[in-house]
Design a protein. Structure first.
Length: 317
């Protein structure tokens, strides 16, 4: 039973899929974390379970309190946690989670993705993280292996094994996955960074994923300042800001990150038109001038073709 934690669950309710039992821990040491798929005996639905040995949990009561809060979270870009089960007398805690039939994001990052596709995927990740952060939770292990495609193509952030409340994060030891973890979450982080372990570490990881998407390469990455071939400077600037080693210089929220991507993706002509339509035109201006505010004339430099710029004041983007 120590090596088969699902035995405490499957007798009455769940039938494990013996072909889909994944061992998260290396074979050279006792397996303390398992991930496995099971079918409910009554409704035939399929779920994913993550079973964690209690020896891996610092405070069992606090862990159960936090993880049961996960069952109340509901967002289209987060995998749903249906239940957290700790059978009486068992040494295992089981997370019953939504099963996504498609593959994880890592499967699709073997080569660069089109820019438009990258931005759409990152948007979905940021929306899910924003919901987590608004509920004072930090994921702490954002990486492609923990982001899943569902059958309908929707992307969902999952695997909450390292999620903690933000009020606890400053006192935690280094956690995460090398290559994706933020500098402040690493074992050799300087003491002044320990007090900055919060939701911004998740956003750093998203920046690393975005860099992986556009480059088709795997982290760790070098400290490259110039954009690689095929990556436009504007997008590269966003990646550099998101992955700055100093948390205070990064995006301070998932919404800030998304706003920067939205501004980058919006064509300059649309920015101009948006600014102009918001800008009041002097009522005293002749009708001819008001009708002449076409995109071509706005984009033309003042004085071109013998024309003067419309007397409507500066355009502020």
């Amino acid at each position: 039973m120590a090596n088969e934690p699902w035995k405490s669950l499957t007798d009455d309710y769940f039938e494990p899929d013996e072909t889909d039992i994944i061992y998260d821990a290396p074979n050279k040491r006792p397996k303390l974390v398992y991930c496995w798929r099971a079918h409910h005996r009554h409704n035939q639905k399929t779920f994913v379970f993550k079973s964690i040995h209690t020896s891996q949990i610092d405070n069992l009561n606090e862990e159960l309190k936090l993880t049961r809060f996960f069952t109340k979270l509901d967002h289209p870009h987060l995998t749903h946690v249906y239940d957290v089960i700790h059978p009486r007398g068992s040494e295992w805690i089981h997370y019953q989670m939504e099963y996504c039939e498609a593959k994880s994001l890592s499967y699709y990052l073997k080569e660069p993705l089109p820019e438009k596709r990258c931005l759409e995927l990152i948007r979905q990740i940021l929306e899910g993280l924003d919901y987590l952060h608004q509920n004072y939770l930090v994921h702490r292990d954002i990486k492609p292996d923990n982001i899943f495609f569902c059958k309908d193509g929707i992307l969902k952030v999952g695997d909450y094994g390292l999620v903690k409340s933000q009020k606890w994060v400053t006192s935690l030891s280094a956690v995460g996955t090398p290559g994706y973890w933020a500098p402040e979450m690493q074992p050799d982080a300087s003491p002044e960074l320990h007090g900055k372990r919060n939701h911004r570490a998740d956003l750093y990881s998203v920046g690393i994923i975005l860099r992986q998407m556009v480059s088709g390469k795997y982290p760790p990455f070098s400290a490259q300042k110039e954009p690689p071939k095929g990556v436009r400077p504007g997008l590269w600037d966003i990646i550099l800001k998101a992955t700055d080693s100093e948390p205070d210089k990064r995006f301070q929220s998932a919404r800030d990150f998304f706003a920067a991507l939205k501004s980058y993706a919006q064509p300059p002509e649309e920015k101009l038109l948006e600014a102009i339509f918001k800008m009041p035109i002097e009522k005293s201006a002749p009708r001819k001038i008001r009708r002449s505010l076409t995109l071509e004339k706005i984009l033309a430099p003042p004085g071109s073709q013998g024309e003067t710029a419309p007397a409507t004041g500066p355009v502020t983007l």
